[in-house]
Design a protein around this ligand. Structure first.
Ligand SMILES: Nc1ncnc2c1ncn2[C@@H]1O[C@H](COP(=O)(O)OP(=O)(O)OP(=O)(O)O)[C@@H](O)[C@H]1O
Ligand SMILES: [Mg+2]
Length: 1004
């Protein structure tokens, strides 16, 4: 892009030079009588000015500060009026036709003695007229209207480019000796480097101090912990024991009730509701939960069960069985397609109403990785605990301390979490923080998805034990997905929900009653075997079934298998030597066995819908399944060269070809059935989405801190994130600074040369009058396009990262009751200083080489508002697009709006002509369009303000002749400011609305 800009500028320069050459060539043809070979122009002191002068014929005389174009008698008389207006003295003799025209040298031009054509005031000089000339040269001689421009060397402390009428003042950052052509602002870079070095040093010092403080705190905590152990541990232990046993006594009754299928406590029952109306415990029942994807894939099939208060339930099953899905469906994080959920006996669509009372520890460690363990846990506690508790600083501190201690992460509490690239705490410690985020909020229900993965066996046993204690002590309902628990960890749970592949229940009941059940279906738990491992092996068909028990306990399935002549157990035994064939036991039969279980057995979850018709359905399904299994086995056997068991026992059906019409009808019916099923699934999804959209806020179950307090909390956290780690902040600032520097370098040759003054255009041949009246060197638009592109890309990337990187964390916090708009506003406000400093750093280096003719405040104003606009755009984009793609997409959008929608090509004048006017809208909502106009007009406005034109008091350059074709107006400068601000604000508001109302399911 930079190369492009330079090429662009060079190209513009070449075109300009070419036009000047062409102009001079033709001009020479037009006035060839006066033409004298150009020679080098000399200054008044005889120095070579480095520019070419065109002089009059040797026999003529033209005084200094005037130029004398050659006109014939007829031309001179024809143009007399205009020439007089330009201050020219015309002497046309009607007898001899001798004609001389003498015009005052135009401002910004230099006319030494005998000048035929005025020359641009050379670099390092400025060429004013009027008052200055009179002051220096005195009154012009008789017959001359006014002094033409005089040439003055650029004074020290100033610099003068070509064609200037007054010197630019040096900024103080550069050295400007007398005769300077531009300001060398190297000092800006030196100061920038010094500032950065200072900031990096400060950051290192800060980090060093932080490490020291953390170390000191760790040593202190270790010594106080050991003291605590020796003095108070015994007392605490006995208190906890007392509490646990008391609660266990209470919950054993509950256990009996649950597993014998007793009625759940109703919403108004004393055990589940406090006097204030908020429940004290949540009893969750789910019935026939089904989940079918849009493509028709069934993920969950009729899972029924219960998570009771004061109890812990282990959810187990092979990978992909649907353990995470069942939690998501029960909590409402995914929309179930069938079944219902009841809380304390009341039917609910999902648990949104209780979101502040529910803790969900996701499978992934979702937290803000740049913050420390303590900062993460503390934030969670402060926005989720009841307002009365959150206001009590002492109480909060002790709660947070306790949680951190209980989880065994006290010594790393101040360490940043870290991620795959930045080393922070260990994976196991991160897992504990993940749990701590929920535990510290005192939820009534806690779902944990694989909390023990990544922990060593001792730690996971301790964790499971702790969950049990908490459940009992606080009447909390806990359900945890666990993988490979040790025997002791497994046995610390009360209940088990065992799911098989395809999302169906294999067992649900107490852990204690599980061995009975598995023995009853032919899988007695072997001695010295981890029951959890054994059950999983059974689930996956890796265990040989004991035939006798199977036949006796599962009569219906037994009957079905005998009808088809298929004996799973006999196949098992036949192929026991080759279990890898998958013929040991077809595990899906376990689902039917569970559905046909003995409902009276204590500890097994009672089937609430078991009825004759239900049984019939199940039998039908089992029959179908057995048939399918049989076909599969037959195929396997025939593949290995054995004959089909069907033909062996002769019970197979014949493959008689059915009538063609019947087949066709069946196909059509099947097709429409499938279509209907898909329509039904589609409708269910639409209904869910609609109801999610229309759902009200619901009853508030916990009086958490007010919106303003949450804003304060979020603001504090967002400010920490914006500034720390300081190295990240500095890195970002360096990027803005360097990009500004690059663009400044590419724009350093940029120089505005307005249209030639009228007297000069007047003597220009007709074909070049238009060119003459346009700005001669004007690359502001190209520079501004590049600047817009740079700022937009930088701003969008920076802003997208602010929300994009923690979007999942936001979903988690929102699901727990965080106020979305407050979170958004706090983050935006906390990042305004960052946006400000980004603009400062960009502006700082951008203005170093770029010859800015507007005020620095104006230039900074446009840059800051452009950053504001691009941040808004970045925030908005990050709501829709995955953070991985926002930077890429940001580059595309930046390019699109800074090149195509900036009003350069097509020009604004063309755009303003588009009909119907709605077509002009894209340009009106494009920030670069307003920056272009505002930036351009403030830059050229400078020239308009120099009253040094050919006529007394006129501006030196008529900028309007340049502005007109572009469609710009100097009066719209403040409109540009306002629009930029408003557009940025609209982007911010849209981003906030999208954030608050988008991804609703993920926030449940
Ligand atoms: N929204 C969805 N879109 C597509 N597939 C899904 C969706 N939700 C769940 N699944 C599929 O459902 C099955 C169960 O997924 P789930 O995450 O619940 O498994 P899991 O039992 O938790 O497995 P793991 O132990 O590996 O975490 C998987 O095959 C998964 O790909
Ligand atoms: Mg999972």
């Amino acid at each position: 892009m930079l190369g492009g800009s330079t090429t662009c500028l060079q190209f513009a320069e070449m075109v300009h030079l070419f036009s000047i050459f062409a102009f001079l060539l033709i001009f020479r043809v037009g006035i060839n009588e006066a033409y004298q070979e150009p020679t080098n122009c000399l200054g008044s002191d005889g120095t070579d000015l480095g520019i070419t002068c065109v002089y009059v014929n040797a026999d003529e005389y033209c005084p200094p500060n005037y130029y004398c174009p050659t006109y014939s008698y007829s031309e001179a008389t024809l143009y007399m009026t205009q020439l007089t207006e330009f201050g020219c003295t015309v002497n046309a003799n009607p007898t001899t036709y001798n004609t001389t025209v003498q015009c005052p040298c135009t401002a910004g031009f230099y006319c030494p003695t005998n000048t035929g054509q005025p020359n641009y005031c050379p670099n390092g000089y400025y060429c004013p007229v009027n008052a200055t000339s009179v002051a220096i040269l005195g009154t012009p001689p008789n017959g001359l209207g006014a002094w033409g421009s005089i040439i003055i060397e650029c004074p020290s402390g100033h610099f003068c480019g070509r064609g200037q009428v007054e010197p630019f003042v040096c900024s103080g950052f550069g050295d400007c000796p007398a005769g300077s052509t531009k300001e060398n602002r190297l000092k800006i870079y030196i100061v920038a480097v010094i500032v950065l070095i200072l900031m990096f040093s400060f950051s290192s010092l800060y980090n060093w101090r932080k490490i020291k403080t953390r170390e000191a705190r760790r040593v202190l905590s270790e010594s106080s912990a050991s003291q605590l152990k020796t003095t108070g541990a015994d007392a605490t232990q006995s208190r906890l024991k007392e509490r646990t046993s008391a609660a266990s006594n209470g919950s054993s009754g509950l256990q009996a009730k649950l597993m014998s299928g007793g009625a759940s406590p109703g919403p108004g029952s004393s055990s589940s509701s406090s006097s204030s109306g908020a429940p004290e415990a949540l009893d969750i029942e789910f019935d026939d939960i089904t989940f079918v994807l849009k493509d028709g894939t069934t993920i969950m099939q009729g899972v029924t069960g219960r998570f009771a208060p004061g109890r812990t339930c282990a959810i187990m099953g092979p990978s992909g069985a649907g353990k995470t899905t069942i939690i998501n469906l029960v909590t409402g994080k995914a929309s179930k397609t069938g079944g219902q959920v009841k809380v304390n006996g009341a039917k609910l669509e999902n648990l949104k109403k209780y979101k502040k009372l529910i803790g969900f520890v996701p499978q992934e460690d979702i937290m803000i990785r740049d913050l420390s363990c303590r900062q993460n846990i503390s934030f969670s506690a402060r926005y989720r605990l009841p307002a009365s508790e959150a206001a009590n600083m002492e109480l909060m501190r002790s709660k947070i301390d306790k949680c951190i201690r209980d989880l065994g992460i006290w010594h790393v509490q101040d360490s940043p979490i870290g991620d795959e690239r930045t080393r922070g705490i260990s994976g196991g410690q991160r897992k504990r923080v993940n749990i701590g985020l929920e535990l510290v909020a005192d939820p009534l229900v806690l779902f944990l998805d694989e909390p023990t993965s990544g922990l060593d066996s001792t730690s996971s046993t301790a964790l499971c034990g702790m969950l049990k204690e908490i459940a009992v002590a606080r009447s909390m309902t806990i359900a945890a997905v666990i993988h490979q628990p040790s025997v002791s960890a497994f046995e610390s749970f009360d209940d088990l929900l065992l799911l098989g592949k395809g999302g169906r229940t294999i067992y649900h009941g107490t852990i204690a009653a599980a061995p009975d059940y598995f023995a009853s279906i032919g899988f007695p738990v072997p001695v010295n075997c981890n029951p959890a491992d054994f059950y999983l092996d059974v689930c996956q068909g890796q265990v040989v079934q004991e035939r006798g028990s199977f036949a006796s306990e599962t009569s219906s399935v037994s009957a079905l298998t005998s009808n088809t002549g298929f004996r799973p157990s006999s196949v098992n035994k036949a192929s026991a030597a080759a279990p890898q064939n998958g013929l040991l036991f077809e595990w899906p039969l376990l689902f039917d066995m569970w559905e046909d279980r003995d409902d009276g057995h204590e500890g097994w979850f009672k089937n609430p819908h078991k009825s004759a018709s239900n049984l019939k359905d199940k039998s039908k399904r089992a029959s179908q399944f057995v048939r399918q299994s049989f076909d599969k086995i037959s195929k396997q056997l025939s593949d290995t060269g054995n004959s089909s068991p069907l033909s062996a026992n002769g019970s197979g059906q014949s493959d008689s070809s059915p009538n063609f019409l019947v087949v066709m009808c069946s196909v059509v019916v099947l097709y429409f059935k499938k279509l209907l099923e898909q329509l039904e699934t589609w409708w269910v999804f639409q209904k869910e989405a609609l109801s999610a959209l229309c759902e009200g806020k619901g009853e508030d179950m916990r009086d958490t801190p007010s919106a303003f307090k949450q804003f304060k909390l979020c603001f504090k956290r967002a400010s920490t994130q914006a500034w720390f780690p300081v190295s990240s902040f500095l890195f970002e600032m360096c990027t803005h600074l360097l990009v500004g520097m690059m663009f400044s370098g590419s724009a350093k040759q940029l120089y505005y040369e307005g249209p030639f003054p009228d007297p000069i255009c007047f003597i220009t041949p007709g074909a070049f009058i238009k060119t003459c009246q346009e700005p001669q060197d004007d690359a502001y638009q190209q520079t501004t396009s590049l600047m817009c592109f740079a700022v937009l890309s930088l701003g969008i990337s920076s802003a997208a990262a602010i929300f994009g990187h923690e979007q999942v964390n936001y979903f988690r916090e929102c699901a727990a009751g965080l106020n979305s708009p407050m979170y958004f506003i706090a983050k935006v406000i906390a990042n305004i200083p960052k946006m400000f400093f980004s603009s400062v750093f960009f502006w700082w280096t951008f203005s170093s080489q770029f010859l800015n003719t507007s005020s620095q405040a104006d230039m900074f104003g446009y840059l800051f508002l452009l950053y504001w606009y691009s941040y808004g755009l970045g925030y908005l984009l990050s709501q829709f697009v995955n953070i991985r793609y926002t930077a890429l997409l940001g580059i595309f959008i930046s390019l699109l709006i800074s090149v195509k929608l900036s009003g350069v090509n097509p020009s604004l004048q063309e755009v303003n002509g588009y009909q119907p006017p709605v077509q002009q809208l894209p340009w009106y909502i494009s920030g670069p369009r307003w920056v272009q106009e505002g930036f351009y007009t403030t830059q050229v406005d400078y020239y308009d303000s120099i009253p040094n034109g050919p006529y007394e008091g006129d501006p030196y350059i008529d900028i309007n002749s340049g502005l007109g074709p572009l469609g710009y107006s100097t009066t719209r400068r403040y409109v540009a400011y306002t629009w930029l601000f408003v557009l940025g604000l609209i982007m911010h508001i849209l981003a906030m609305i999208t954030m608050a109302f988008g991804h609703r399911l993920k926030k449940l």
